[in-house]
Design a protein around this ligand. Structure first.
Ligand code: FEO
Length: 397
């Protein structure tokens, strides 16, 4: 990779991480990138750094653009998480910046991470701006997108929003712009990122979108800290964030299940068939031990109905079901219809537990849940068909 000029005198200088497959539990089957940006003006500013392990790529790119990285005057820390600040100590040693701009929470977090109160911090808040010469940097705090310290940097002369984690996606590519990659794949990666990282913060995303509108920021390009830069379709990702953060759903059902000896799986298939017969054609059958939790939650993002199925194990649900339910509860999906089913050998508590978890998440529960002892028969499977039909009817309301 090489540094790329994304606007006049503004460069992508980040690093592409082709081989990462597990980003603290998020499955990054296509890798990711850590984007850092450089503005060359009377003052030279670096926006964020990269993960410690790939700092050599960033330094190489700075050499390409500047010859000597120590020409940099300012480092702007939009986000403290280690994928963006992991190489900050080495970069500060190399650059010896005049100032390090960050939010109030950013300064606190940087000191808590690196224990260097002597760094030349310059705290900025929403509404503050600095001049680099011809270009201006306006700051907008975006607390909890993705950490309390997060902020956007907006360059009005270029209508460029450097958006930190927001509008990003984990996808390692040689291309740097949205119009150079497959648009469908791009939105799939962006949806996965939103579902796994930002869904919990949807109310904050709604407020932020309203604030950006109110401030009248003209946005021609969005440069996030992960993935490709939105130069052709920034509006497409803003509109997607609006839909996802409002909890807008499709006429889609997701059946999440585990099974021991295929009895609960037969129940899942019966539920699916009844949904199809009722005209719900977008149905995903997701065995929890065959699908990564990151991919399951991505399907949950825009689904209207969620079915949870588990056999009873030790008077409870299967451990892998507990895993996805714990994850889902934390991410707080909105406006879902829920229904439960499961087979059992003697005690049969799983359906009660599954229903309880969905009630806790605020799902609209349909039916009482279906329990079938041992192996389902054609007759006993009718209860699953009825459950699927009842949920299909609720989805059409
Ligand atoms: Fe890409 Fe919250 O760090």
């Amino acid at each position: 990779m090489a540094a790329i000029e994304i606007k006049k005198d503004i460069y992508w200088v980040g690093a592409v991480d082709w081989n990462i497959r597990d980003f603290h539990g998020y499955s990054t089957e296509k890798g990711t990138s850590y984007n850092a940006y450089l503005i060359k003006d009377e003052k030279i500013a670096l926006f964020d750094t990269v993960k410690k392990e790939v700092k050599g790529d960033l330094i190489h790119h700075l050499h390409q653009v500047l010859g000597d990285p120590s020409k940099i005057d300012y480092i702007i820390v939009n986000h403290v998480e280690m994928d963006h600040s992991g190489s900050l100590p080495e970069l500060i040693d190399l650059i010896k910046p005049e100032k390090i701009f960050c939010s109030p929470m950013g300064k606190k977090a940087l000191i808590e991470h690196f224990h260097r109160e002597d760094w030349p911090f310059e705290v900025v808040a929403t509404g503050d701006s600095i001049s680099l010469g011809k270009k201006t940097v306006q700051f907008l705090e975006t607390k909890m997108l993705h950490w309390p310290d997060s902020m956007f940097s907006y360059i009005p002369e270029d209508k460029l929003l450097i958006s930190s984690d927001a509008f990003g996606h984990h996808w390692a590519t040689s291309e740097r712009f949205d119009d150079e990659v497959d648009p469908h794949d791009l939105m799939v990666h962006a949806a996965k990122y939103y579902a796994n990282i930002l869904m919990i913060f949807s109310p904050i995303v709604q407020k932020l979108l309203a604030q950006v509108k109110e401030m009248g920021l003209e946005i021609e390009m969005i440069a996030p800290d992960h993935g490709v830069i939105w130069r052709t379709s920034p509006q497409a990702i803003i509109e997607a964030y609006d839909r996802w953060s409002r909890g807008e759903t499709k006429n889609k059902a997701v059946i999440i299940y585990d099974t021991m000896w295929h009895s609960t799986e037969k129940m899942a298939k019966s539920v699916m068939n009844s949904l199809l017969q009722a005209g719900i054609t977008n149905v995903k059958m997701l065995h929890v031990r065959k699908n990564h939790r990151s991919d399951i939650i991505t399907e949950v993002l825009d689904a209207r109905a969620i079915f949870l199925g588990s056999p009873t194990l030790n008077n409870n649900i299967m451990p892998a079901m507990a895993d996805i339910i714990t994850y889902m509860k934390g991410l707080r999906p909105k406006d879902k219809i829920g229904a439960a089913f499961g087979s059992f050998g003697w005690s049969g508590e799983a359906v009660k537990h599954l229903t309880g978890h969905m009630t806790d998440m605020g799902f609209e529960i349909v039916g009482e849940g279906v329990k079938i002892k041992n192996v389902p028969s054609h007759d006993t499977l009718k209860a699953c068909s009825e459950l699927g039909s009842a949920v299909a009817a609720a989805m059409k309301k």
